[in-house]
Design a protein around this ligand. Structure first.
Ligand SMILES: Nc1ncnc2c1ncn2[C@@H]1O[C@H](COP(=O)(O)OP(=O)(O)OP(=O)(O)O)[C@@H](O)[C@H]1O
Ligand SMILES: [Mg+2]
Length: 253
């Protein structure tokens, strides 16, 4: 409990979402959702399927427009940014999509090369990106897969390669959308350990969307439950697991 307090009192806010509203016609998905991500923490967001978790996370990288509300990333209001400035900011934010979203027609090497070539504003024009690709693959334990195609990889390997592709841009913030879904329990555990080692090694701050309680327990410094379009409750895993609120208890059965 005290570690949570220390976190909120001493650490700076790297992402702040305030009063976010998003609707699709009559489907009011987010109804005043707010969130603060502190530097260096792993913040888990949980909620029922279809409650707006992926939509919320997509707002952070400008993939989803908002009806109202403000989003501030590392001191910058993203609504005020021109497209180029938003692109620059995006290089600071790694996004692990729901599923792995590798390019099937490209080898692992090409999949990792692609973001580097796209973001020449951050890295300059690179003649040889192999060293960076190998370093990123090493950090997920898959150097040996460099010349494989996605079709030759298992689900767990794909997830690791997707993570390497995220890490290669050296992001300050990582957004994980269901990082363990579809993986067996042992592979899930390996991915969770990898995410923890990324937090420690690269001092990243992360928002992690997950349905997986074991993942949430192992990875979270704090959690938010997204219910009825708002941050219904916030606290550590331990605090929330002791809640007597039926809506919160339903998650911990
Ligand atoms: N482009 C869109 N147009 C219309 N409705 C959309 C669009 N994108 C998402 N929605 C709706 O918004 C709601 C939230 O979707 P979202 O993908 O954020 O759910 P989620 O919480 O991530 O669910 P899951 O846990 O299944 O991934 C859903 O009802 C979905 O149908
Ligand atoms: Mg989703």
């Amino acid at each position: 409990m005290s570690s949570n307090k220390e976190l909120t009192q001493e650490k700076k806010i790297v992402v702040s979402i305030q009063d976010l509203f998003i609707s699709f016609g009559d489907n009011h998905v987010l109804n005043g959702f707010s969130l603060e991500l502190f530097e260096g923490e792993n913040l888990v967001v949980m909620g029922k399927s279809g409650c707006g978790k992926s939509i919320m996370i997509k707002c952070l990288i400008g993939l989803q427009s908002v009806d109202s509300g403000s989003i501030n990333i590392m001191g910058t209001e993203i609504a005020n940014l021109e497209k180029e400035q938003l692109d620059d900011l995006r290089t600071e934010i790694g996004f692990l999509f729901q599923g792995s979203a590798l390019y099937d027609s490209m080898s692992v090497r090409e999949n990792l090369d692609f973001p580097l070539r796209r973001h020449t504003n951050k890295f300059g024009v690179l003649n040889n990106t192999d060293a960076m690709i190998i370093e990123a693959l090493r950090s997920v334990g898959l150097e040996s897969a460099i010349d494989l195609m996605p079709s030759e990889l298992s689900g767990g390997m794909k997830r690791r390669i997707a993570l390497a592709r995220t890490l290669i841009l050296k992001p300050k913030i990582i957004l994980y959308d269901e990082p363990t879904t579809g993986l067996d329990p042992i592979t899930s555990k390996e991915i969770v350990l990898l995410m923890k080692s990324i937090q420690e090694t690269y001092k990243t701050s992360s928002i992690i969307i997950t349905h997986d309680m074991d993942c949430a327990r192992a990875i979270s410094n704090r959690m938010i439950l997204l219910i009825d379009g708002i941050a219904y409750v916030t606290g550590t895993f331990e605090e929330l697991s002791k809640s007597i609120d039926p809506k919160v208890k339903a998650f911990f059965k």
